[in-house]
Design a protein around this ligand. Structure first.
Ligand code: F6P
Length: 340
């Protein structure tokens, strides 16, 4: 078979390991060849591609980013199924492995309905995709955030300040929950948990009373419970999308005003997505790539690879697309015990 691969949406540590795993699994299975489409769905609709031979994939598992490039290009605004089908015919591509998040998997599902042989590999540092226990990239992001918080704590200690760390997580607080637990945060603020400014101030003053420099971790999608119209203050970015991030900078002066403790905020932003993947993510991503090729060669289609426990399997796209995987109340309650 000739199998196409693309990486689409926001990048994520481990994408290159998926590509390598998929290609090497195909080479081991027989006389299969691979092409990579450039910049996600853009390459699949324009035909821009590179050949993924042994030379091209050598040593890439440890590289951050994606050798294929990525974009948030929507194939359905740009010729859709027909253009993809025509390019596949020209290049002799029989099936596609689409590596991406919610938007990518939804597009893959639609292309599948249009008759294209497609299999998905779930990707997001946010770990908020249903249908799989974990996504690669999450472990790396949590490690980066934890390292940053360990550093914030020592400077917070030196100056007796409250330190606020803003991490990624538009809709779900998984990175905040895990890095906050790992770093011993005194407050973890996530979109799933309604929290008032008074509650935050109490956590911070209690930590100070115990002689600590308070550490607050906040997910970018968190909104304090008191705001009348929380979305209005965010505004829109240059592309007309709701502005993300900045909640840490907005919280810091409010915490300082309520507690009298000097407070500083740091936004980690895309540092969480850049750089080399952790060993855990390299292994998970490699196995996911291998599982994707195996599934394609078995003739499976319209499904995505999924981690269940320590085993890899496949599930229908719908399992990931029905709703996002948010932090359950009991997981938050478990972390909250550690604030005190
Ligand atoms: O979905 C992953 C994610 O990293 C989110 O946590 C974050 O809000 C978003 O991507 C940022 O996207 P972009 O790179 O397009 O600004």
């Amino acid at each position: 078979m000739r199998i196409g691969i693309l990486t689409s949406g926001g990048d994520c540590p481990g994408l290159n390991a998926v590509i390598r795993g998929a290609v090497l699994r195909g080479f081991a299975a027989g006389d299969h060849t691979f092409v990579g489409f450039r910049d996600g769905w853009r390459g699949a609709t324009t035909g821009e591609h590179l050949v993924l031979d042994r030379e091209r994939i050598r040593g890439i598992a440890k590289q951050g980013g994606t050798i294929l490039g990525s974009s948030r290009f929507n194939p359905f605004d740009n010729g859709g199924v027909e253009r993809v089908r025509a390019n596949f015919a020209d290049l002799g591509v029989d099936a596609l492995i689409a590596i991406g998040g919610e938007g990518t998997l939804a597009a893959a599902q639609r292309l599948g309905e249009g008759g294209i042989h497609v299999l998905g590999v779930p990707k997001t540092i946010d770990n908020d995709l249903n249908g799989t226990d974990y996504t690669f990239g999450f472990d790396t992001a949590v490690q980066i955030a934890t390292d940053a918080m360990d550093r914030l704590r020592t400077t917070g200690d030196s100056h007796g300040r409250c330190m606020v760390a803003e991490v990624m997580g538009r809709h779900a607080g998984w990175i905040a929950l895990h890095s906050g637990m790992a770093a011993g945060a005194h407050a973890i603020l996530i979109p799933e948990r309604r929290t008032t400014m008074d509650e935050i101030a109490t956590w911070v003053t209690d930590a100070r009373a115990r002689g600590k420099a308070p550490l607050v971790v906040v997910a970018e999608g968190f909104i304090p419970d008191q705001a009348d119209d929380p979305h209005s203050e965010r505004g829109l970015d240059a592309f007309g999308r709701p502005r993300l991030g900045g909640i840490g900078e907005r919280l810091a002066p409010q915490i300082e005003a309520l507690t009298g403790i000097e407070t500083r905020a740091t936004t980690l932003g895309h540092i969480q997505r850049g750089g080399i993947p952790s060993a855990f993510d390299r292994v998970l991503a490699t196995r996911m790539g291998m599982a994707a090729t195996e599934a394609v060669l078995r003739g499976e289609r319209d499904r995505m690879v999924s981690l269940r426990g320590t085993d890899l399997t496949t599930v229908p796209f719908a399992d990931a697309l029905d709703e996002l995987k948010t932090v359950p109340a009991e997981r938050y309650a478990e972390a909250e015990i550690l604030f005190g």
